[in-house]
Design a protein around this ligand. Structure first.
Ligand SMILES: [Fe+2]
Length: 337
């Protein structure tokens, strides 16, 4: 079945920050993520694939105002292959807790995949450290998916030269809570074309040409406010396709019970829009090349101009994208420098 919107790839989820420098330090030096500062107030991070975490500064006041009791259910998960590594990671977390302003290091618990524990960071974001086999949750899916964009720039066995405290192997998932899994599954499959695998009545994995998946859980959370800050995003090929996608969302608003559909705007550096669904979860569809934020990691460090490339001496990333395929070709151009 063809989904209502043709989305190529699970692009990103969000974390909210107080201070970019402090978060870069935590993400890079503690969690061991690949991090690029994309503006004075934002960063992008990844581990093992191009499905990224976009960090946006809300500041002290902004974070305090956005009371999000559900934030634990919007965590990101990082995998280790063995239970011993998870235990060791917890010991290290306790050891470095003060140094990295970690608010809480949770107890080790036994989950479906093995051992896990939860970290609560200085900004109130939750990070799960868990035992999971090679490839994360991929083994739950019957068929392979097209990971050419999810894994662009990950080919070859690069040596692990990270100096970080933890060295997890993969960001395997982001979590998203729903009210009624059956209803939400219909929406995800028909609208977004997610490949969905039900693990039990209240848990489901969703994948879109990605290595990292969305781990959906049914919860009875009472307050589901301020979810826009933690939206999940997809990329499409150009402003016209963003507009067309928005029209489809508007046309299906009553059928799927979408709450708010925002006007298009230029958040984190490109044209797109956000909308909230039947669960108050927020989604974003934006204009970015194939592989989403992957091009930002190809710029040889932090972005010198907000959300724009360092390479090629140009000031708009569209100039480094093949208009036909919407592939990022920046480095090819730059290789003549
Ligand atoms: Fe976003």
């Amino acid at each position: 079945m063809k989904p209502l919107i043709d989305l190529p790839f699970l692009s990103h989820g969000h974390a909210t920050l107080r201070d970019v420098e402090e978060s870069v330090r935590f993400y890079r030096n503690f969690l061991g993520l690949d991090v690029v500062k994309t503006s004075p107030r934002t960063l992008v991070a990844r581990l093992g694939s191009n499905t990224a975490i976009v960090g946006v500064t809300l500041g002290e006041k902004g974070l305090a105002k956005a009371n999000r009791p559900w934030l634990k259910n919007a965590h990101f998960g990082f995998d280790f292959l063995t239970s011993d590594e998870v235990k060791e990671a917890r010991e290290l977390s306790l050891q470095y807790q003060e140094n990295f302003n970690i608010q809480n290091v949770g107890e080790i618990i036994e989950c479906d995949e093995g051992l896990s524990f939860m970290l609560l960071d200085q900004d109130g974001n939750y990070w799960e450290i868990l035992e999971n086999p090679e490839g994360g949750y991929s083994h739950y899916f019957e068929k392979d998916c097209d990971t050419s964009h999810a894994l662009a720039s990950f080919s070859g066995n690069l040596e692990d030269d990270r100096m970080s405290v933890l060295k997890p192997g993969l960001m395997s998932h982001m979590t998203c809570e729903v009210i009624d899994m059956d209803k939400s599954q219909v929406f995800y499959e028909e609208m977004f074309g997610l490949e969905c695998v039900r693990l039990n009545a209240s848990r489901m994995l969703g994948r879109l040409n990605s290595v990292a998946v969305i781990d959906f859980i049914e919860t009875d959370t009472e307050t589901r406010d301020h979810k826009m800050h933690n939206h999940i995003g997809f990329d499409v090929a150009g402003p016209e396709i963003v507009d067309a996608a928005r029209e489809i969302i508007v046309n299906n608003q009553s059928r799927f019970g979408f709450d708010v559909i925002h006007k298009t705007s230029g958040s984190h550096g490109t044209y797109g829009f956000t909308f909230s669904d039947l669960d108050n979860n927020a989604w974003q569809i934006e204009d970015y090349p194939r592989g989403g934020y992957y091009w930002m990691f190809e710029q040889g460090g932090d972005l010198e101009n907000k959300f724009q490339p360092n390479v090629g001496g140009i000031d708009d990333w569209h100039d480094l994208v093949d208009p036909e395929t919407y592939e990022y070709i920046g480095m090819t151009k730059n290789s003549n420098d």
